[in-house]
Design a protein around this ligand. Structure first.
Ligand code: ADP
Ligand code: ADP
Length: 226
């Protein structure tokens, strides 16, 4: 099933710079793909069009068959519940416990308390932070903090998970560990897009790769079946 579809998408920022030029691709439910290319290639812009922090200038972005142009301001919170986001700098609430940080999307969605407690415990276990619910993010290493950020992004079982340079601040060993979580953690059927300029690391994970260059989609590379 096609979950995500870009149809001839261009994005021009105020000031005139065209960050994306006529981008078309589709991704399936459950598929993982990397977006790579040099700094300034348009990776962040592509992800912002999915969680609607930006709108395309031309063309259409569809999630689950719905053209996002039909999502009005009022519908944004509901749309964003379907899209999990991981930031490079994790953006955790530093004065709140791991539990509160990870629970946040579920609290916003109005999930029942017992269900929240169960799901947060399970997801923290799965990112290797079982039993640390009461800890504050400040007590964690940067790799552990990013794990919390990923747990928060997947706990609501989003249709799409987007991550913008999620390992940009980590040393290579930790980066590989954190990257592996993106292949293991999302719910079945979640479409995962990870932007990374680290082509070397991306190739090692043997997934589909979209290559951007100055706003053009110049390659859509699928590793041969194992
Ligand atoms: P990447 O994530 O690959 O580094 P970006 O999508 O962040 O690329 O940026 C693509 C281009 O668009 C860059 O030249 C950047 O300076 C420009 N750009 C990004 N955001 C904005 C913005 N809000 N306003 C104007 N130009 C922007
Ligand atoms: P990221 O790579 O995480 O998107 P950036 O540093 O590229 O972070 O962008 C941070 C913010 O600055 C974004 O909101 C982006 O839209 C804006 N921005 C990036 N490049 C430009 C630019 N050339 N002109 C204006 N705003 C920009």
């Amino acid at each position: 099933m096609t979950l995500l579809r870009f149809e001839h998408v261009s994005k021009q920022y105020a000031g005139g710079y065209e960050a994306l030029k006529d981008i078309s691709f589709e991704a399936e439910a459950g598929e993982m793909l990397f977006i790579t290319g040099h700094s300034g290639a348009g990776k962040s812009t592509l992800l912002r069009l999915i969680h609607l922090s930006e709108r395309p200038t031309r063309g259409a972005v569809l999630v689950g068959g719905r053209n996002l142009a039909t999502v009005r301001r009022r519908g944004l919170p509901q749309h964003r519940r379907r899209v999990g986001v991981v930031f490079q700098d994790h953006r955790l609430l530093m004065d709140r416990s791991l539990f509160d940080n990870v629970a946040l999307p579920l609290v916003i969605a109005g999930t029942a308390r017992a269900e929240i407690e169960k799901r947060v415990r399970v997801i923290l276990e799965r990112v290797g932070l079982g039993g640390r619910e009461r800890a504050l993010p400040i007590m964690l290493s940067s790799g552990e903090q990013q794990r919390v950020g990923i747990a928060r992004a997947v706990v609501g079982r989003p249709d799409v998970l987007v991550a913008d340079e999620p390992t940009g601040n980590l040393d290579p060993d930790l980066a590989a560990e954190v990257m592996a979580l993106f292949t293991e953690l999302p719910a079945q059927g979640t479409c995962v897009l990870v932007a990374s300029h680290d082509l070397h690391q991306v190739r090692r994970l043997r997934r589909r790769v979209l290559v951007l260059d100055h706003g053009h989609l110049i390659d859509d590379y699928r590793p041969e079946a194992a």
